[in-house]
Design a protein around this ligand. Structure first.
Ligand SMILES: CC(C)(COP(=O)(O)OP(=O)(O)OC[C@H]1O[C@@H](n2cnc3c(N)ncnc32)[C@H](O)[C@@H]1OP(=O)(O)O)[C@@H](O)C(=O)NCCC(=O)NCCS
Length: 233
């Protein structure tokens, strides 16, 4: 299935009659700032990331640029009262994601961070130092079994209204139609609500890996890797 077919499936513009009314629709370029903002406000297990990273622009580039700029046709947003209140950013081919991150997005973001002075900020220097031994390449999921991945975040006041579940169901429908074999996600192990959400959707824990060390914290932040196989379609 090509990009155009996938996005056509996502863009059916469903209005869900939940306790409040929401529109789920395909991500569009005009949503870019909103999803970047939501990412920064929710990245720390649902809370803002400001405490440990001082530059939202750089942070959003690292976490969102692939989805918004390289694969914009695989994502969905939830809209309520005229504004974007949540997103599901999807990637159908994680190998492509890794190449794009390694060859383009991370190097360009580092240059940008250098130009903005972010790299010299004391918080960033402390973060880099604390993570000098953390390997980004350990404990990775099998991409043959789980080639796709996603991440999903909602503004605080719009949680527990089944918006997350509807976003996921819509994405899953298109993923199955597109012949995707499996999906994986990484969830902060301390994010009990996030873990429960994916378990409720049928995901199984595949393992854990150290994700980040925060300066001054003995315990590293661990990520639980969850997987969902979609079987033969
Ligand atoms: C996680 C998140 C995307 C879930 O979306 P949501 O719309 O709030 O969740 P839903 O209402 O669709 O929940 C579906 C099911 O997941 C489970 N669930 C969701 N949130 C839960 C929580 N905080 N605690 C326990 N179970 C939870 C429940 O079984 C729920 O079904 P039920 O209400 O019928 O019991 C959203 O709460 C969020 O953005 N949280 C902050 C950021 C985050 O944790 N992101 C995901 C990790 S990357």
């Amino acid at each position: 299935m090509g990009d155009a077919d996938f996005v056509r499936g996502l863009s059916c513009g469903i209005v869900k009659h939940l306790p409040r009314q929401f529109i789920l629709r395909a991500y569009e370029e005009r949503d870019r700032e909103a999803v970047r903002q939501i990412c920064c406000e929710t990245a720390d297990a649902g809370d803002p990331m400001n405490d440990w990273f001082p530059d939202r622009e750089i942070f959003a580039d690292l976490l969102m640029r692939y989805y918004t700029d390289w694969e914009p046709l695989s994502s969905l947003v939830a809209v309520a009262e005229g504004r974007v209140v949540g997103y599901l950013m999807g990637c159908r081919n994680t190998r492509r994601f890794r190449w794009a991150m390694a060859l383009w997005i991370v190097p360009l973001t580092l240059l940008k961070a250098l130009a903005r002075g972010t790299l010299w900020h004391p918080k960033v220097r402390a973060l880099l130092w604390a993570n000098r031994h953390v390997s980004l390449w350990r404990g990775r999921v099998s991409l043959d079994g789980y080639p796709a991945h996603l991440h999903i975040n909602l503004r605080r006041n719009y949680r527990s209204l089944h918006i997350g579940q509807h976003l996921f169901d819509q994405w899953l429908f298109e993923a199955k139609r597109g012949g995707i074999r499996g999906i994986h996600v990484g969830v902060n192990a301390g994010n009990a609500g996030g873990c429960r959400f994916f378990e409720a959707l049928g995901f199984c824990a595949l393992g854990r890996q150290i994700c980040l060390r925060l300066p001054g914290n003995e315990q590293p932040i661990e990520t639980v890797i969850y997987g969902l196989q979609l079987g033969d379609n």
